[in-house]
Every structure is written in structure tokens, then in C-alpha cells.
Design a protein around this ligand. Sequence first.
Ligand SMILES: NC(=O)c1ccc[n+]([C@@H]2O[C@H](COP(=O)([O-])OP(=O)(O)OC[C@H]3O[C@@H](n4cnc5c(N)ncnc54)[C@H](O)[C@@H]3O)[C@@H](O)[C@H]2O)c1
Ligand SMILES: [Fe+2]
Length: 401
Amino acid sequence: MRNIWEFFSTERVVFGNGAIKQLDSILQRLKAKNVLLVTDPGIVKAGIAETVISLLREADYNVVVYDRVVPEPPVSSAMECYEFAKSQMKTDAIIGLGGGSSIDMAKVAALLVAHGGHPLDYYGGENQIPGPIAPLIAIPTTAGTGSEVTSVAVLTDVENNIKAGISDNYMRPAVALLDPELTTGLPPYVTACSGIDALSHAIEAYTAKNFQYIQAEGSILFQGSIPVSDALALHAIKLIAENLVLAVQQGSNLEARSNMLVGSLLAGMAFSNAGTAAAHALAYPIGGLVKSPHGEVTGLLLPYVMEYNAAVETKKMVDIARAFGINTEGMDDREAALAASDAVLNLLDDIGLPTRLSQIGIQEKDIPEIAAKSLPIARLIRNNPRVPTQQGLEQLLRNAL
Ligand SMILES: NC(=O)c1ccc[n+]([C@@H]2O[C@H](COP(=O)([O-])OP(=O)(O)OC[C@H]3O[C@@H](n4cnc5c(N)ncnc54)[C@H](O)[C@@H]3O)[C@@H](O)[C@H]2O)c1
Ligand SMILES: [Fe+2]
């Protein structure tokens, strides 16, 4: 039995409308003068990159901009970003501006700037990184991944058709700078996908197996549920349940956007310590097979995974039903637990996301391979409250087809 837990997060979190203007003082504290900004064409088009570049130039920083990040970035593009950075100048600090794709790419750039090598050298397992990465400021423009505080960077391994992560506590950004005003222009579909991803993080962290019963030796990154992650995750679930539909349907509703950004932040803090579980493990091979955004896949799987787990993690599932505002009086625990998975299914409908795997192009014949490829992802699978088996996961996937 494991009897010690620990909690890591980004050291400094700056949050609020207009918080982007703190960038200069944040960089001063990091003693940085030469800054690499990593972002993507959507952020440039939305005018957000220009806002940040102007702020930096006005304050006399030397700025180099890499703006070619693609959504769900492949390993090769991380190498391209690093080569670009090396060819330009010595880098004191890196800014990741955008959704999870841009922030993750900035994390990998910060890793390679500090330690060299190739992303694949650090792939797969945990704790493969020799020391701190280059100083990184993460500025999220989606309310989803929580990457601004997490220990993870996800890249797509195109050759092996699977998404995989580099995970290490050294991968956490030095500063998370969150400004809800940057998220008001996020299109409804991306709001829905990224928001439901945040909900998946919170629910999978909250219902993760208790840390004491995780079957692993030594120091592990994803420890299972611990008191700090439970507190963060349950509040995140409540915030997201109350605000995601509004954020999707009324993009300019700044209060809903702000609550979603807090929700995704708390969910990131929670899952990067507790871990995620079967929905994320299954999403990795599915993400290699179809082009759907990560959030669309984890969100779709979430209610089916909750149903699969309901008999084992009943009490916490009841808490989730209540966080969704469901009156559970008069229900027995099992009914109330299943009401939580129904609530997530309804939420998917309300925000216009698919609720069946067949809608995103998965076929019956893909199911055995998806289950088989997810089972070896031990750091996620061992967190699932009900032990996943080939047969059990195949059944779960068939229910979701
Ligand atoms: N590092 C982690 O802890 C972690 C956790 C979960 C997921 N991920 C990864 O993050 C990626 C997904 O990130 P995401 O969901 O944030 O989306 P994303 O970064 O892929 O962005 C999706 C699209 O939205 C656009 N966009 C983003 N913000 C915008 C804004 N404010 N206005 C207009 N357009 C905007 C982008 O330009 C892009 O085209 C996946 O690769 C996923 O695997 C990482
Ligand atoms: Fe996720």
C-alpha cells in the first residue's frame, strides 16, 4: 500500500481580465530579454498574437515568433520548432500562446532548448527529463487542457498511429498567465471540445482510484486520487457543469468564459497529480485513427467510462451528479451515480458534440485494436477505479458505438 502523496503545480498563476498586461513584469522577474513566442495560425488570425507581440516590442524585448503550430501537433513539427528557435538567437524564455497544441509545443521547445536531443528521447514513460526546462510562460486561449499548469506535453506519433505524452514535473511552465478576455473569440465548436476535455480531466481525476491502492513502485507522476486533487476536481466539475453550455452558446459572456478558465485550470492542477484514466487511455489510440480533436474523443467516451465505473466508484459519482445540480433525493446511490453519466451525455448533446463513436468514423472492426492499444498505457489504466480488461473495454466501446 502506498502511504505518501505529493502535489506539484506551476509555481505562479496570474489570473484576470487584462492580466496579459502583466507579461512585462513576469518576464522581468524571469530576467529574460530574448523571447521565443510559440503560437499557431488561428491565434494570429484572431489578433491575439499581435496583442502579445506589441506588448513585448513596446517593452523592448527581442522577440522571435514561431507561428506554425498545427492542432494535435506531430513529433516532427516539434523538431522543426526547435530547429527554428536555435537558428534565430539564444532564448532566455519561451511563451506558449494558444490552446493545448501551442502550449505543448512550447513545452517541448523549452525542453529541447534546455537539454537538446529529440522529443522521442523523452517519450512514453515518466520522469525521463534530467532537469528544469527553459523558463516557460503559458498563456491559454482555450479553456480546456490545463496545460498551463500540467506536467504533460502531448504529441502525435504519426508513424505508430498513436498520441503519446512527454510527462515529467519538470515540464510544468514557470508561470501560467490566464486572461479570460483572450478566450471570448473562441469558436463554439472549439469551446465545446476543449471545455469537455477539461470536464474529462476533472471527472477522471476525481474518480481515479485512491492513491493508496495504485499498483506501482517508487515515485510516480499520476498518483491516483489525493485530497488536494479531489478538492480541485470537484470544484472544477461544478464550474464546468454550470458554465460550459453558456460559454458555447454565448461566446461573449465573459463571466462564463472566466468560470470555464478557472475550471480548466483547477482540472489541470487536479489531473496532473491524480492522473486521468480509461477515457484518456482509450482516446490515445482513437486519436491516432481519426482526426477528431482530443476533447471530442475524451468527451464522447466519458459518459460510457462513467457508466463502466459506476458500480465501483459509486459515492464519488453521486457527488458528480450533485455538482451537476441533480436532486438525488429519492434515488438510491446506484441510480444517482448513473444520473451523473446521463448528465454528461445530455451536456454533450447541448453543446453539439457527438455521442457515438460511429459519428467520428470508428467502426466495429477497430474496437479490439483500440482496447488492446490502450491497456498498456499503465499510468492511465492503473488509475481507473474498475480494472480495465480487454473484454470490458471492448464492451464499453461497443456501448459507445
Ligand atoms: N498538456 C496537457 O496537459 C494536455 C491535456 C489535454 C490535452 N492536451 C493536448 O492539447 C491539444 C488540444 O488543445 P486545445 O483543445 O486547447 O485546442 P488547440 O490548441 O488544438 O486549438 C484548436 C484550434 O483553436 C484555435 N484557437 C485557440 N484559441 C483560440 C481563440 N481564443 N480564438 C480563436 N481561435 C482559437 C487554434 O488556433 C486552433 O486552430 C491536443 O493535442 C491534446 O492532446 C494537452
Ligand atoms: Fe485531455
